[in-house]
Design a protein around this ligand. Structure first.
Ligand code: NDP
Length: 494
């Protein structure tokens, strides 16, 4: 594959099952568009019932082969996939840029890189997953065996198409499972490339299948009796549906859902560092990041200083062509999502919050056909405003003043979400007190969104169930069996 560009059109995309591309029997297709112009890139064949059944049957066969291999062998094959992924970093990144509109400045340095990091982490862990033995002197011993779950389903969101597929499959496969992955309908292009790379690396047929389609395909996979586990990345509302559907067949679930995370900045913080964190973690990926810190609480003593020069700085962020290496903010993923974000921009304007900058559709003739919006900052926001309470998933930063530590902790936690949070202060004890009190799966002190592969990621409250990344996420992809061996005869009791 060569590097794609803004003009690229691709042939019709098909599902990848049992080590090859297959035609769909559904007779239905859908289209994916380039977000910077909204032109159609290609059609995608929606998987029908026959392909879903075939994907499950193939994944069951794949599981038999894969789980019977030694963990060292599995780890070695996954390491080969990591090497290929790193080799093809830019072409894969460009494909995600074409599909998502995210700038190449991000996709070439973050999306594939961090996905490969996670597969590498689990490839290294594969042969270190052991059970344990519990001794009962004079009687026997229990051998606890860690076993894979079987066929796992991964359902992806559209904001990190390749990275989500890599995070989910690296973990599932290293534990000895097989996986069927359904990419989001608006970003279907890269997941099958991952499947090709796994095949090239030596992953047996059926161990990683990709099926295309809309929510009906996701639903059919969640309901399928041949599937043991579902891992979804998506909105909290989708998470609730998936969890209740999975409950009907008692499938295990991992849910990576939305957020409305706080960044708390105290008077004694390094203001420039805190400002950098707030800006990057509101506007990176055009604000389409689940763990972004979209509620920025700033203590009253530095409030105006924090906002000083903010408009000039935000207005200078390069918005434009995602294939231009200088661009830092590209278009939103789809026209539909653009409409949603613009509704929130209007709500913010009407809310009475102080409009510092942005939130407009750029009038540059080169950008008018795309899903562009300029990054926006609203100050003097209050906790009850709709754009402060709901996940916008766009470049909209709310700045809220606060007075005391106790007050800001209560306000930061006053949300159904609990994905992430951060505290900026030079007071060590306070930093840790506040970090302990934030109800979220990831909290940073004087930093934000630093997510190495070895660290677990996931949400509290409505932001999720289970964890991805880090060693303890294997608990969510394995089960423990107890095998008891006695050293003495069974006594007569009756
Ligand atoms: P959605 O919840 O709309 O969709 C996620 C996936 O679920 C898509 O593949 C979608 O298919 C599929 N789906 C939708 N309905 C069902 C159903 N009933 N059964 C099974 N599958 C279904 O999320 P978005 O794609 O809009 O992604 C944005 C959301 O993802 C945000 O809320 C964001 O915060 C969250 N997110 C969370 C992350 C985390 O790790 N915590 C990371 C990244 C994003 P289709 O595309 O066809 O609709």
């Amino acid at each position: 594959m060569t590097l794609v560009n803004a003009e690229t059109s691709l042939e019709t995309q098909r599902s990848y099952i049992d080590g090859r591309y297959v035609d769909s029997t559904s007779g239905e297709t859908f289209e994916t568009t380039y977000p910077a112009t909204n032109r159609v890139i290609c059609s995608i064949e929606q998987a029908g019932e026959a392909e879903i059944d075939a994907a499950v049957a193939s994944a069951q066969r794949g599981f038999e082969v894969w789980s019977a291999m030694t963990a060292t062998e599995r780890g070695r094959i996954l390491m080969r996939a990591v090497a290929i992924l790193r080799d093809r970093n830019d072409e894969l990144a460009y494909l995600d840029t074409l599909d998502t509109g995210k700038p190449v400045a991000e996709t070439t340095t973050e999306d594939i890189v961090t996905g490969a990091d996670v597969i590498e982490f689990y490839a290294g862990l594969a042969d270190k997953l052991h059970g344990e033995t519990i001794d009962f002197p004079g009687h026997g011993f229990a051998r606890m065996r860690r076993e894979p779950l079987g066929v796992c389903v991964g359902i992806g969101a559209w904001n990190y198409p390749m990275q989500i597929a890599m995070w989910k499959s690296g973990l599932a496969l290293a534990c000895g499972n097989s996986m069927i992955f359904k990419p989001a309908e608006v970003t279907p292009l890269s997941a099958t490339k991952l499947a090709e790379i796994y095949s090239e690396a030596g992953v047996p047929d059926g161990v990683f299948n990709v099926v295309h389609g809309d929510a009906r395909v996701g639903q059919a996979l969640v309901q399928h009796p041949g599937v043991s586990k579902v891992s979804l990345t998506g909105e909290a509302a989708t998470g609730k549906i998936v969890m209740s559907e999975a409950a009907k067949t008692l499938k295990k679930v991992t849910l990576e859902l939305g957020g409305k995370s706080p960044i708390i900045i105290f008077d004694d913080a390094d203001i420039e560092s805190a400002r950098n964190a707030a800006l990057t973690n509101n506007f990176y990926s055009t604000g389409q990041v689940c763990s972004n810190g979209t509620r920025v609480f700033v203590q009253r003593g530095i409030y105006e200083e924090f906002l000083a020069g903010m408009a000039e700085r935000v207005n200078a962020i390069p918005v434009g062509d995602p294939f231009d290496p200088e661009t830092l903010i590209g278009p939103l993923v789809s026209a539909e999502h653009h409409d949603k974000v613009m509704r929130y921009m209007k709500l913010a304007i009407d809310s009475g919050a102080r409009h510092v900058c942005g939130g407009e559709v750029p009038q540059d003739p080169e950008l008018v056909g795309g899903n562009y919006v300029t990054p926006a900052v609203f100050a003097d926001a209050t906790d009850d405003m709709v754009f402060v309470r709901e996940e916008v998933f766009g470049p909209l930063m709310a700045v809220l003043p606060f007075d005391t530590e106790e007050e800001v902790i209560a306000r930061a936690n006053d949300t159904p979400y609990g994905l992430s949070g951060a505290v900026f202060t030079s007071d060590f004890a306070r930093a840790n007190r506040v970090a302990n009190s934030i109800e979220a799966g990831s909290v940073w002190i004087n930093d934000y969104n630093y997510l190495p592969a070895s660290v677990p990621f996931g949400g509290y409250k409505h932001s999720g169930v289970g964890r991805e990344n880090g060693a303890n996420a294997i608990e969510h992809y394995t089960q423990v069996k107890m095998i008891y061996s006695t050293l003495v005869p069974v006594e007569r009791y009756m």
